[in-house]
Design a protein. Sequence first.
Length: 361
Amino acid sequence: MVPRWLSLGIVALAAGACRDKGANPIDASSDDIRVDGPSPLTIDIAVTGCASYDPATATCRGSAPLTLSFAPVGSPELTQFRWDFGDGTPTTSERAPTHTFAHADSYEVTLKGRSDEVGSISPPRPVEVIVGRLPLGSACDVDDQCDSGLACLCTPGSGCSAAFGHGICSRSCAAGACGANAVCATVPIGPPSDAGAPTPFCTASCAVNQAACAPGLVCQTLFTPPGAGTPGWTRGCLPLGAAVDLGGPCRDANDALTDGACTTGFCANIGALGVCSATCDDTHPCPAQAACTVLADGRRLCLLTCAGDTDCGRDPLLACVAARTPDGRAGVTACTPRSCTADDVCLPSGRCGPDGFCIRK
């Protein structure tokens, strides 16, 4: 047997001879022989934006519409890239693209990286993107984003207000309940029924927790009509900006009062901007955050309760004052027309009316 020190000496001499002949240099000072040369190309796909990611199978999951960011990870020699997202959209040569998968389905994202000097390479496996359907009460753009049995209610072109920039995964609830954590309610901006009244539909409930709405939705005051559940006022989730909640302004760009802009279905002619409200009496109570207020002209309206003028929608003709209620309760404050004795109190938006309250010019 050749001693280890003699073997190493032989290897070192052989390595030196190779080096002298122009071969790849080696390090003879170590027991390991290291050959310097170009490393093999490597590339893989990094992805962010997944609701969950399984690295073992390179599977990314999320709900529609799912926006993901991709980036190549690997050899710096690679300077050219081609991404294919597997959804029929054109390929892209961006180095680190962002892409939105609008529809629920399974997609295979592939990448090819190239170096003019070395060649091209693809990752050992593509990334599988699984886009799931949305549950009831989620913001949506098209029907096939929603779970089975649901449709994307109120998207542009469907008969809804143009303010409804996004829809909501829902179904009609005229003849049945909506299930747990959901409410049945009407919103006048939706497509009307055959009888001309708004069709009640299901949406997520936020009556207990106002933060329960999904991203893109906001908790607002809605009404459940008789025959569609327990009638009365409730709180449900609607797309942000789709409708004006109780107490908000409701005059349109032409200064016309717009009932259809309000979740309550009624735009009251008070203040400079109009107020989303509802009429009230002994059999028609107001929502919890409003007080039935008797105005100077005898009208009874549900007006938003308040702690200060800033709660009154910044309408210059409204003020947070003690409300006159039908039952004479004390200590109730609401956003009501500002009292006045002369026009200068109401300028520039209004004038002092005959009842001693500011009215719109």
